[in-house]
Design a protein around this ligand. Structure first.
Ligand SMILES: NC(=O)c1ccc[n+]([C@@H]2O[C@H](COP(=O)([O-])OP(=O)(O)OC[C@H]3O[C@@H](n4cnc5c(N)ncnc54)[C@H](OP(=O)(O)O)[C@@H]3O)[C@@H](O)[C@H]2O)c1
Length: 429
């Protein structure tokens, strides 16, 4: 074993960074044996000094992250600051000054992954980011390496623990969205400002990263259709139950049937209770991957939290250190397939539509005609009347999102349709 240590600069020492530092210390001997050289924490960059940081030598702590990454003797920079800047500039500087990078930063990777991969490649360095998607769950490496000989057709997952916790609460207790969100906040599962989670921004960043890797195609954050889950109601859950379904916020990355294009989207969807994703409870994450040769694979586990996320960071750190000692690098960006990324209108799926209609003869026929005119075939219809008003629940066969949007627009114009109470996609069948 080499005695000269590999030097690690830790950028950020918060929820994830403090756990990375702890595990590096407590598992130092095992890490050294697995890597073939000791790893030494050479510096820790933070925003504020003067904060007690358990187990960290105060002499290592600095607020000058730029100087730390530019030292020239750093082998690996671990970026767990988060956000776009200064993380992007620091990572780029790390490559320029000879270091490889491990990051947990989904927002940055989804937005600037291509440029960061290019910078890593230009300087012959590694960029690893297993922790950026679904915390501890191994996903990036299985897609990038284990499935490199297969053809992935679909990645369907619950990649945000906060929203899964909220939806699971609504499902199991009959609570409304706000009540379930309040509980998630009280228990620390939701942040004070939950927008990134509940509006699907966090899941969309992960979908962009997963789709890019799965389909060997650059998928930008803007390419991902995004709908949050704040409009999901207790009534939607009752409807889902009547269909033998539950509701999950899903990230769905799909290759088209003819294989020439892909789509990526995040939205709430009904899934059958028999689907493995339906039984993912609380703040857990799970991702279902379908490929030509392997068939169906499911990855399940804690998608966030300091220690689980640090596990993924440490796995990357070991891999990058091994590469460093071998004088090699791991796989870089693979975007050779360069498939067309299609808009949401081309997505084909089933829909569950709830309409408030006038309770009088002929309404059903009128509604059915609108569906037929837009080429959307109806699977089932259920009607319930009360006091001159009625609710009509239509479940369609597979149709394009564009056709469905056209249908809904036309339905809204019917005098007999008082309102469209909800539209929910039905997935996983
Ligand atoms: N938390 C999770 O469960 C989780 C899961 C998966 C991925 N991630 C990702 O991991 C990353 C870190 O998340 P986190 O939850 O650990 O965040 P966090 O608790 O807010 O910690 C951020 C750390 O970065 C430091 N920092 C902020 N701005 C800085 C700057 N300009 N220069 C130097 N240091 C700076 C902070 O310093 P102070 O300590 O002085 O404030 C803090 O130590 C993010 O990319 C996040 O998306 C987190």
């Amino acid at each position: 074993m080499r005695t000269r240590p590999l030097k690690v600069a830790l950028l950020g020492c918060g929820v994830v960074g403090s756990e990375v530092a702890r595990i590096m210390t407590t598992h130092a001997d095992d890490l050294a044996a697995r890597i073939g050289a000791p790893v030494e924490l050479a510096g820790v960059a933070v925003r504020r000094t003067g904060k007690a940081r358990e187990g960290i030598d105060p002499a290592l702590v600095t607020t000058d992250a730029t100087a730390l990454v530019k030292r020239g003797d750093i082998d690996v920079v671990v970026e767990v600051i988060g956000g776009i800047e200064p993380a992007r500039t620091l990572i780029t500087a790390a490559f320029e000054h000879g270091a490889s990078v491990v990051s947990a930063n989904k927002a940055l990777l989804a937005q600037d992954g291509a440029a960061l991969h290019a910078a890593a490649g230009e300087h012959g360095k590694d960029l690893y980011y297993e922790a950026a998607v679904a915390g501890a769950i191994p996903l990036i490496r299985p897609l990038r390496e284990s499935l490199a000989g297969d053809k992935v057709n679909r990645v369907l997952g619950i990649v945000n623990g906060t929203t899964n916790f909220i939806l699971d609460k609504m499902d199991s207790t009959g609570a409304g969205y706000q009540e379930a969100l309040d509980e998630a906040t009280a228990l620390g599962y939701a942040e004070a400002d939950p927008t990134a989670d509940v509006e699907g921004f966090d899941a969309a960043a992960k979908a962009a990263i997963l789709a890019g890797i799965a389909f060997h195609t650059r998928v930008r954050l803007d390419d991902v259709y995004r709908e949050g889950m704040t409009e999901v109601t207790a009534a939607d859950f009752r409807s889902a139950k009547e269909m033998g379904c539950t509701i999950k916020l899903l990230a769905i990355c799909e290759r088209s049937k003819d294989g020439t294009s892909v789509t990526a989207r995040v939205h709430p969807a009904m899934i059958p209770l028999s689907h493995p994703l339906a039984s993912v409870r609380g703040a857990y994450n799970a991702v279902f991957v379908e490929s030509d040769a392997a068939g169906q694979l499911m990855f399940y586990g804690p998608g966030a939290g300091g220690s689980p996320t640090a596990s993924a960071v440490l796995g990357d750190l070991v891999a990058v250190c091994r590469n460093r000692l071998n004088g090699s690098t791991g796989p870089g960006e693979s975007a050779y397939a360069d498939l067309t990324v299609s808009p949401m209108g081309e997505v084909v799926t089933r829909y569950h539509i709830s309409l408030d209609v006038a309770d009088k003869p002929g309404v059903l026929a009128q509604v059915a005609t609108v569906f037929a005119e837009h080429g959307v075939s109806i699977d089932t219809v259920r009607q319930q009347g009360k006091d001159g008003e009625a609710s009509l629940v239509v479940v369609t066969h597979r149709a394009s999102d564009a056709s469905l949007s056209g249908t809904v627009e036309a339905l809204r114009k019917l005098d007999t349709v008082r309102g469209v109470a909800s539209i929910m996609r039905v997935e996983g069948e």
